[in-house]
Write a protein that binds this ligand. Structure first.
Ligand SMILES: C[S@@+](CC[C@H](N)C(=O)[O-])C[C@H]1O[C@@H](n2cnc3c(N)ncnc32)[C@H](O)[C@@H]1O
Length: 210
């Protein structure tokens, strides 16, 4: 890793805060800040987190849902296990159909929220990275449409760019409320944004979930 990047990271406010508060990533605050503002995760909820390693969002979600809820994290990389029975993790590629099946097998009932902070390997070529990010977000949307209950919520990382408006349009077909937001904990110079979609519409849902 370049030295300047390591130094930047050490000076970073949220990096330090995550270390002090025993969170596994500075990304934790992107979820906790948005959840606090929009109340889209509640006590007792069932949450699926796609691209969850090292587990910062799992920690933030777990705190809100508590032991009457359930959090399932999925990542290509193994996630260090959590002691709580209501937190489970799967190693898998969520773009593969067998991972969707595994997710469904793990869930005690339909999910209330699907999260995805998944990011692709960055090539440095803007168009390529933008397309890969939207691809992952689209796959996450497909999983949300298969696993969410009616009126469920979806929160996903996207990149600001020319492919975003079409993705927003697609998500709006399925959810009542759609917002593109930049949490305070997301670095200002990064083009990362988050799309928050609330209240999954029930029309066509039976078809999506069949
Ligand atoms: C920015 S990290 C997530 C950080 C996490 N939200 C946290 O707070 O700890 C992005 C993750 O997405 C995962 N990822 C990318 N593509 C994936 C895929 N197709 N299936 C599963 N995980 C994927 C990566 O392995 C990486 O761990």
């Amino acid at each position: 890793m370049p030295k300047a990047w390591i130094q930047d990271r050490k000076r970073d406010y949220y990096y330090q805060k995550a270390k002090a508060e025993n969170y596994r990533s500075r990304a934790t605050y992107k979820l906790s800040q948005t959840a606090k503002k929009y109340h889209f995760i509640r006590k007792g909820n069932i949450v699926v987190d796609l691209g969850a390693a090292p587990g910062g969002w799992i920690q933030a979600a777990r705190k809100i849902v508590g032991k009457t809820g359930f959090v399932l994290g999925v990542d290509l990389k193994p996630i260090e296990p959590f002691p709580q029975e209501y937190v489970r993790t799967i190693v898998g590629d969520f773009t593969e159909p067998e991972t969707l099946q595994q997710i469904m097998d793990f869930l005690p009932r339909k999910a209330d929220i699907v999260l995805s902070d998944a990011s692709p390997n960055i090539s440095g070529i803007w168009e390529v990275d933008n397309a890969r990010q939207i691809d992952l977000a689209t796959k996450a949307l497909e999983i949300a449409l298969r696993t969410l209950r009616p009126s469920g919520n979806f929160f996903v990382k996207v990149f600001e760019g020319n492919m975003l408006p079409d993705f927003v349009k697609t998500v709006k077909k399925h959810f009542e409320v759609v917002k593109v937001i930049k949490p305070k904990a997301s670095r200002a110079k990064s083009s990362e944004m988050y799309l928050l979609a609330m209240n999954l519409k029930t029309a066509n849902l039976a078809e999506e979930q069949s």
